[in-house]
Design a protein around this ligand. Structure first.
Ligand code: FA5
Length: 344
Protein backbone atom coordinates (compact mmCIF):
# COMPACT_ATOMS: atom_id res chain seq x y z
CA UNK A 1 0.00 0.00 0.00
CA UNK A 2 2.71 2.51 1.06
CA UNK A 3 4.97 1.33 -1.82
CA UNK A 4 2.22 2.35 -4.23
CA UNK A 5 2.03 5.68 -2.46
CA UNK A 6 5.75 6.25 -3.18
CA UNK A 7 5.22 5.58 -6.90
CA UNK A 8 2.17 7.88 -6.94
CA UNK A 9 4.06 10.66 -5.16
CA UNK A 10 6.93 10.37 -7.67
CA UNK A 11 4.52 10.74 -10.59
CA UNK A 12 2.81 13.68 -8.94
CA UNK A 13 6.15 15.38 -8.37
CA UNK A 14 7.13 14.86 -12.02
CA UNK A 15 3.92 16.59 -13.11
CA UNK A 16 4.28 19.41 -10.60
CA UNK A 17 7.93 20.04 -11.49
CA UNK A 18 6.96 20.63 -15.11
CA UNK A 19 4.89 23.63 -13.98
CA UNK A 20 7.76 25.33 -12.13
CA UNK A 21 8.66 28.65 -13.86
CA UNK A 22 9.75 30.91 -11.02
CA UNK A 23 11.57 30.85 -7.67
CA UNK A 24 8.17 31.20 -5.98
CA UNK A 25 6.60 28.17 -7.70
CA UNK A 26 9.81 26.20 -7.03
CA UNK A 27 9.56 26.96 -3.32
CA UNK A 28 5.88 25.93 -3.28
CA UNK A 29 6.71 22.55 -4.85
CA UNK A 30 9.65 22.05 -2.50
CA UNK A 31 7.44 22.63 0.53
CA UNK A 32 4.73 20.37 -0.91
CA UNK A 33 7.14 17.44 -1.13
CA UNK A 34 10.08 18.10 1.19
CA UNK A 35 8.53 20.41 3.80
CA UNK A 36 8.03 19.27 7.41
CA UNK A 37 4.42 18.52 6.62
CA UNK A 38 5.14 17.57 3.01
CA UNK A 39 4.33 14.37 1.14
CA UNK A 40 7.73 12.71 1.76
CA UNK A 41 7.44 13.35 5.53
CA UNK A 42 3.91 11.92 5.41
CA UNK A 43 5.12 8.70 3.83
CA UNK A 44 8.04 8.41 6.24
CA UNK A 45 5.66 8.77 9.17
CA UNK A 46 3.97 5.60 7.97
CA UNK A 47 7.21 3.57 8.22
CA UNK A 48 6.13 2.06 11.51
CA UNK A 49 3.03 0.53 9.90
CA UNK A 50 4.98 -1.17 7.09
CA UNK A 51 5.31 -4.97 7.55
CA UNK A 52 8.80 -6.04 8.69
CA UNK A 53 9.56 -8.01 5.49
CA UNK A 54 8.90 -4.84 3.39
CA UNK A 55 10.67 -2.29 5.64
CA UNK A 56 14.03 -2.62 3.83
CA UNK A 57 12.54 -2.17 0.36
CA UNK A 58 10.28 0.67 1.64
CA UNK A 59 13.24 2.45 3.27
CA UNK A 60 15.36 2.28 0.11
CA UNK A 61 12.50 3.50 -2.11
CA UNK A 62 11.51 6.45 0.06
CA UNK A 63 15.20 7.49 0.38
CA UNK A 64 15.60 7.23 -3.40
CA UNK A 65 12.46 9.33 -3.92
CA UNK A 66 13.64 11.96 -1.45
CA UNK A 67 17.09 12.27 -3.13
CA UNK A 68 15.48 12.37 -6.57
CA UNK A 69 13.18 15.24 -5.53
CA UNK A 70 16.06 17.11 -3.82
CA UNK A 71 18.34 16.77 -6.90
CA UNK A 72 15.59 17.73 -9.25
CA UNK A 73 14.74 20.86 -7.20
CA UNK A 74 18.42 21.84 -7.10
CA UNK A 75 18.71 21.46 -10.90
CA UNK A 76 15.58 23.53 -11.52
CA UNK A 77 16.91 26.19 -9.10
CA UNK A 78 20.18 26.47 -11.05
CA UNK A 79 18.40 26.63 -14.36
CA UNK A 80 16.08 29.40 -13.10
CA UNK A 81 19.11 31.38 -11.85
CA UNK A 82 20.83 31.01 -15.23
CA UNK A 83 17.75 32.24 -17.07
CA UNK A 84 17.50 35.24 -14.71
CA UNK A 85 21.12 36.20 -15.42
CA UNK A 86 20.54 35.90 -19.18
CA UNK A 87 17.47 38.12 -18.86
CA UNK A 88 19.43 40.68 -16.85
CA UNK A 89 22.21 40.83 -19.42
CA UNK A 90 19.66 41.18 -22.21
CA UNK A 91 17.90 44.05 -20.40
CA UNK A 92 21.08 45.89 -19.39
CA UNK A 93 21.83 48.83 -21.69
CA UNK A 94 25.38 48.30 -22.83
CA UNK A 95 27.62 51.42 -22.69
CA UNK A 96 28.89 52.27 -26.11
CA UNK A 97 32.29 53.93 -25.68
CA UNK A 98 32.34 54.96 -29.32
CA UNK A 99 29.31 57.27 -28.96
CA UNK A 100 30.08 61.01 -29.24
CA UNK A 101 30.45 62.90 -25.93
CA UNK A 102 27.36 64.83 -24.79
CA UNK A 103 28.91 68.32 -24.88
CA UNK A 104 25.61 69.95 -23.90
CA UNK A 105 26.30 69.36 -20.20
CA UNK A 106 29.40 71.58 -19.93
CA UNK A 107 29.89 75.34 -20.14
CA UNK A 108 32.80 77.73 -19.94
CA UNK A 109 33.33 79.67 -16.73
CA UNK A 110 31.75 83.10 -17.33
CA UNK A 111 35.12 84.62 -16.45
CA UNK A 112 36.70 82.73 -19.36
CA UNK A 113 33.93 83.94 -21.67
CA UNK A 114 34.32 87.59 -20.66
CA UNK A 115 38.11 87.37 -20.84
CA UNK A 116 37.87 86.17 -24.43
CA UNK A 117 35.38 88.92 -25.32
CA UNK A 118 37.53 91.68 -23.80
CA UNK A 119 40.74 90.34 -25.36
CA UNK A 120 39.06 90.16 -28.79
CA UNK A 121 37.89 93.78 -28.44
CA UNK A 122 41.42 94.98 -27.63
CA UNK A 123 42.89 92.80 -30.40
CA UNK A 124 40.55 94.55 -32.85
CA UNK A 125 42.00 97.87 -31.64
CA UNK A 126 45.51 96.71 -32.50
CA UNK A 127 46.66 95.41 -29.09
CA UNK A 128 48.92 92.36 -28.78
CA UNK A 129 47.72 89.76 -26.22
CA UNK A 130 50.50 88.47 -23.97
CA UNK A 131 50.72 85.99 -21.14
CA UNK A 132 52.42 86.23 -17.75
CA UNK A 133 53.70 83.75 -15.16
CA UNK A 134 51.82 82.97 -11.96
CA UNK A 135 55.01 82.56 -9.95
CA UNK A 136 56.93 85.80 -10.08
CA UNK A 137 60.05 87.35 -8.66
CA UNK A 138 59.78 89.93 -5.92
CA UNK A 139 61.53 92.31 -8.31
CA UNK A 140 58.89 92.05 -11.07
CA UNK A 141 55.89 92.14 -8.75
CA UNK A 142 57.11 95.08 -6.66
CA UNK A 143 60.46 96.72 -7.36
CA UNK A 144 60.08 96.98 -11.14
CA UNK A 145 56.72 98.72 -10.67
CA UNK A 146 58.16 101.29 -8.32
CA UNK A 147 57.39 99.57 -5.00
CA UNK A 148 60.78 99.26 -3.30
CA UNK A 149 61.38 97.11 -0.20
CA UNK A 150 59.68 98.46 2.93
CA UNK A 151 57.43 100.75 0.84
CA UNK A 152 54.04 100.98 2.58
CA UNK A 153 52.28 100.24 -0.74
CA UNK A 154 53.35 96.60 -0.36
CA UNK A 155 50.71 96.27 2.35
CA UNK A 156 48.01 97.07 -0.21
CA UNK A 157 48.33 93.53 -1.55
CA UNK A 158 48.84 90.81 1.06
CA UNK A 159 51.25 88.42 -0.61
CA UNK A 160 51.60 84.62 -0.74
CA UNK A 161 55.37 84.12 -0.44
CA UNK A 162 57.06 80.91 -1.60
CA UNK A 163 59.85 79.25 0.32
CA UNK A 164 62.38 80.10 -2.43
CA UNK A 165 61.78 83.85 -1.98
CA UNK A 166 59.52 84.12 -5.03
CA UNK A 167 55.79 84.80 -4.78
CA UNK A 168 52.39 84.18 -6.38
CA UNK A 169 51.85 87.35 -8.36
CA UNK A 170 49.47 89.74 -6.66
CA UNK A 171 48.73 91.78 -9.79
CA UNK A 172 49.09 91.48 -13.54
CA UNK A 173 51.21 94.66 -13.29
CA UNK A 174 54.01 92.22 -12.36
CA UNK A 175 54.52 91.61 -16.10
CA UNK A 176 54.82 95.32 -17.02
CA UNK A 177 58.61 95.39 -16.88
CA UNK A 178 59.04 92.23 -18.99
CA UNK A 179 56.42 93.30 -21.55
CA UNK A 180 57.80 96.83 -22.04
CA UNK A 181 61.34 95.45 -22.19
CA UNK A 182 60.27 92.85 -24.80
CA UNK A 183 58.11 95.11 -27.02
CA UNK A 184 60.20 98.25 -26.73
CA UNK A 185 59.16 101.90 -26.36
CA UNK A 186 56.28 101.82 -28.85
CA UNK A 187 53.79 99.16 -27.85
CA UNK A 188 50.11 98.38 -27.21
CA UNK A 189 49.85 95.19 -25.18
CA UNK A 190 47.25 93.55 -22.92
CA UNK A 191 48.04 90.65 -20.61
CA UNK A 192 45.32 88.74 -18.73
CA UNK A 193 46.23 86.50 -15.83
CA UNK A 194 45.36 84.82 -12.55
CA UNK A 195 46.50 86.67 -9.45
CA UNK A 196 46.63 85.77 -5.78
CA UNK A 197 46.22 87.78 -2.59
CA UNK A 198 46.06 86.58 0.97
CA UNK A 199 42.67 88.21 1.47
CA UNK A 200 39.79 87.67 3.84
CA UNK A 201 37.10 86.15 1.57
CA UNK A 202 33.70 87.72 1.23
CA UNK A 203 31.08 88.26 -1.47
CA UNK A 204 33.35 90.74 -3.32
CA UNK A 205 36.83 89.48 -2.41
CA UNK A 206 38.53 86.30 -3.58
CA UNK A 207 42.10 85.23 -2.83
CA UNK A 208 42.44 83.94 -6.40
CA UNK A 209 41.00 86.13 -9.13
CA UNK A 210 41.61 87.25 -12.68
CA UNK A 211 42.81 90.59 -13.96
CA UNK A 212 43.68 92.14 -17.27
CA UNK A 213 46.48 94.65 -17.58
CA UNK A 214 46.98 96.95 -20.52
CA UNK A 215 49.96 99.14 -21.37
CA UNK A 216 50.41 101.62 -24.18
CA UNK A 217 53.83 103.23 -24.59
CA UNK A 218 54.73 105.73 -27.25
CA UNK A 219 55.41 109.40 -27.92
CA UNK A 220 52.96 111.98 -26.60
CA UNK A 221 50.50 109.48 -25.15
CA UNK A 222 47.78 111.27 -23.17
CA UNK A 223 45.04 110.61 -20.64
CA UNK A 224 42.61 111.31 -23.49
CA UNK A 225 44.03 108.25 -25.30
CA UNK A 226 43.48 106.17 -22.18
CA UNK A 227 39.86 107.32 -21.92
CA UNK A 228 39.31 106.68 -25.64
CA UNK A 229 40.44 103.03 -25.46
CA UNK A 230 38.49 102.32 -22.27
CA UNK A 231 35.30 103.86 -23.68
CA UNK A 232 35.73 101.94 -26.94
CA UNK A 233 36.14 98.69 -24.99
CA UNK A 234 33.04 99.38 -22.86
CA UNK A 235 30.98 100.29 -25.92
CA UNK A 236 31.92 97.02 -27.65
CA UNK A 237 31.28 94.99 -24.48
CA UNK A 238 27.94 96.53 -23.47
CA UNK A 239 26.86 97.34 -27.03
CA UNK A 240 26.18 101.01 -26.23
CA UNK A 241 28.01 104.23 -25.41
CA UNK A 242 29.04 104.27 -21.75
CA UNK A 243 29.96 107.49 -19.98
CA UNK A 244 33.06 107.32 -17.78
CA UNK A 245 34.53 109.53 -15.09
CA UNK A 246 37.98 109.69 -13.51
CA UNK A 247 38.57 110.01 -9.80
CA UNK A 248 42.00 110.49 -8.26
CA UNK A 249 43.60 107.20 -7.25
CA UNK A 250 46.92 105.97 -5.97
CA UNK A 251 49.20 103.38 -7.52
CA UNK A 252 52.98 103.59 -7.14
CA UNK A 253 53.47 102.66 -10.79
CA UNK A 254 51.29 105.41 -12.29
CA UNK A 255 51.47 109.18 -11.94
CA UNK A 256 48.90 110.58 -12.00
CA UNK A 257 46.73 107.61 -10.96
CA UNK A 258 42.98 107.34 -11.44
CA UNK A 259 40.01 105.17 -10.68
CA UNK A 260 37.82 105.07 -13.76
CA UNK A 261 34.13 104.60 -13.10
CA UNK A 262 31.57 103.67 -15.74
CA UNK A 263 28.02 105.00 -15.80
CA UNK A 264 25.96 101.96 -14.77
CA UNK A 265 24.85 100.37 -18.08
CA UNK A 266 21.81 98.75 -16.45
CA UNK A 267 20.09 101.82 -14.99
CA UNK A 268 21.85 104.48 -17.10
CA UNK A 269 22.86 106.18 -13.87
CA UNK A 270 19.47 106.30 -12.13
CA UNK A 271 20.68 103.87 -9.46
CA UNK A 272 19.97 100.13 -9.27
CA UNK A 273 20.95 96.92 -7.47
CA UNK A 274 24.06 96.43 -9.66
CA UNK A 275 25.57 99.89 -8.96
CA UNK A 276 24.35 99.94 -5.36
CA UNK A 277 22.21 102.99 -6.10
CA UNK A 278 25.16 105.26 -6.97
CA UNK A 279 24.68 105.17 -10.74
CA UNK A 280 28.42 104.45 -11.22
CA UNK A 281 30.45 101.25 -11.35
CA UNK A 282 34.06 101.26 -10.16
CA UNK A 283 35.68 99.54 -13.09
CA UNK A 284 39.19 100.35 -14.04
CA UNK A 285 42.20 101.51 -12.00
CA UNK A 286 44.59 103.30 -14.33
CA UNK A 287 47.06 106.11 -14.85
CA UNK A 288 50.06 107.43 -16.76
CA UNK A 289 53.04 105.07 -16.37
CA UNK A 290 55.48 106.39 -13.77
CA UNK A 291 58.83 107.51 -15.30
CA UNK A 292 60.67 105.15 -12.90
CA UNK A 293 58.80 102.16 -14.34
CA UNK A 294 59.74 103.13 -17.89
CA UNK A 295 63.35 103.67 -16.85
CA UNK A 296 63.54 100.24 -15.17
CA UNK A 297 62.16 98.67 -18.37
CA UNK A 298 64.90 100.31 -20.46
CA UNK A 299 62.74 103.13 -21.92
CA UNK A 300 63.80 106.77 -21.77
CA UNK A 301 60.99 108.69 -19.99
CA UNK A 302 62.25 111.95 -21.51
CA UNK A 303 61.27 110.68 -24.95
CA UNK A 304 58.42 108.29 -24.28
CA UNK A 305 55.46 108.06 -21.99
CA UNK A 306 52.41 105.82 -21.72
CA UNK A 307 49.40 104.69 -19.78
CA UNK A 308 48.50 101.49 -17.95
CA UNK A 309 45.20 100.14 -16.73
CA UNK A 310 43.85 97.17 -14.83
CA UNK A 311 40.52 95.36 -15.04
CA UNK A 312 39.13 92.72 -12.67
CA UNK A 313 37.34 90.01 -14.66
CA UNK A 314 35.55 88.52 -11.65
CA UNK A 315 33.97 91.85 -10.74
CA UNK A 316 33.11 92.45 -14.40
CA UNK A 317 31.28 89.11 -14.51
CA UNK A 318 29.40 90.08 -11.36
CA UNK A 319 28.32 93.32 -13.03
CA UNK A 320 27.34 91.64 -16.31
CA UNK A 321 25.38 88.79 -14.74
CA UNK A 322 24.16 90.25 -11.45
CA UNK A 323 26.03 87.47 -9.63
CA UNK A 324 25.93 88.45 -5.97
CA UNK A 325 28.86 86.41 -4.65
CA UNK A 326 32.28 86.27 -6.29
CA UNK A 327 33.06 82.93 -4.63
CA UNK A 328 30.76 81.08 -7.05
CA UNK A 329 33.30 81.72 -9.80
CA UNK A 330 35.90 79.44 -8.21
CA UNK A 331 33.40 76.93 -6.86
CA UNK A 332 32.93 74.74 -9.96
CA UNK A 333 29.27 74.58 -8.98
CA UNK A 334 27.74 73.28 -12.21
CA UNK A 335 24.25 74.46 -11.30
CA UNK A 336 25.55 78.03 -11.08
CA UNK A 337 28.00 77.84 -13.98
CA UNK A 338 25.59 76.34 -16.51
CA UNK A 339 23.21 79.31 -16.11
CA UNK A 340 25.69 81.65 -17.74
CA UNK A 341 25.67 80.07 -21.17
CA UNK A 342 22.73 82.23 -22.09
CA UNK A 343 23.36 85.23 -19.82
CA UNK A 344 26.76 86.30 -21.14
C1 FA5 B 1 45.75 96.64 -9.11
O1 FA5 B 1 45.87 95.46 -8.95
C2 FA5 B 1 46.63 97.40 -10.06
N1 FA5 B 1 47.71 96.57 -10.46
C3 FA5 B 1 45.80 97.87 -11.24
C4 FA5 B 1 46.45 98.90 -12.09
C5 FA5 B 1 47.07 98.55 -13.27
C6 FA5 B 1 46.44 100.24 -11.70
C7 FA5 B 1 47.71 99.50 -14.03
C8 FA5 B 1 47.06 101.19 -12.48
C9 FA5 B 1 47.68 100.82 -13.65
P1 FA5 B 1 43.65 96.84 -7.59
O2 FA5 B 1 44.26 96.26 -6.39
O3 FA5 B 1 42.68 97.93 -7.40
O4 FA5 B 1 44.75 97.38 -8.59
O5 FA5 B 1 42.95 95.66 -8.43
C10 FA5 B 1 42.50 95.87 -9.73
C11 FA5 B 1 41.16 95.19 -9.91
O6 FA5 B 1 41.23 93.83 -9.49
C12 FA5 B 1 40.05 95.79 -9.04
O7 FA5 B 1 39.45 96.87 -9.69
C13 FA5 B 1 39.09 94.64 -8.90
O8 FA5 B 1 38.26 94.54 -10.05
C14 FA5 B 1 40.03 93.45 -8.88
N2 FA5 B 1 40.27 92.98 -7.51
C15 FA5 B 1 41.10 93.50 -6.59
N3 FA5 B 1 41.09 92.79 -5.46
C16 FA5 B 1 40.21 91.77 -5.66
C17 FA5 B 1 39.76 90.64 -4.88
N4 FA5 B 1 40.24 90.39 -3.67
N5 FA5 B 1 38.85 89.80 -5.42
C18 FA5 B 1 38.40 90.01 -6.68
N6 FA5 B 1 38.79 91.02 -7.48
C19 FA5 B 1 39.68 91.88 -6.97
Amino acid sequence: MELNNIVETEKCFEEDSKQIDSPESLEAVRLKYLGKKGKVADIMAKFREVPVELKKEFGQKINTLKSKIENCIETIKESLAEKATEREIKNTKMFDYSLPVDTKTGSLNPRTIIQKQVCDIFKNMGFVVEDGCEVETEYNNFEAVNVPKNHPARDMQDTFWLSNGQLLKTQTSAAQNRIIRTYGPECKVIFPGRVFRNEQLDAKHENTFFQLEGVVVGKNVTVANLIYFEKAMLKALFKKDIEVRLRPGFFPFTEPSYEMDARCPFCSGRGCHTCGGSGWLELCPCGMIHPNVLKMAGVDPEQYNGFAFGLGFDRLVMIRTNLDDIRYLNSNNLKVMSQFKTKM
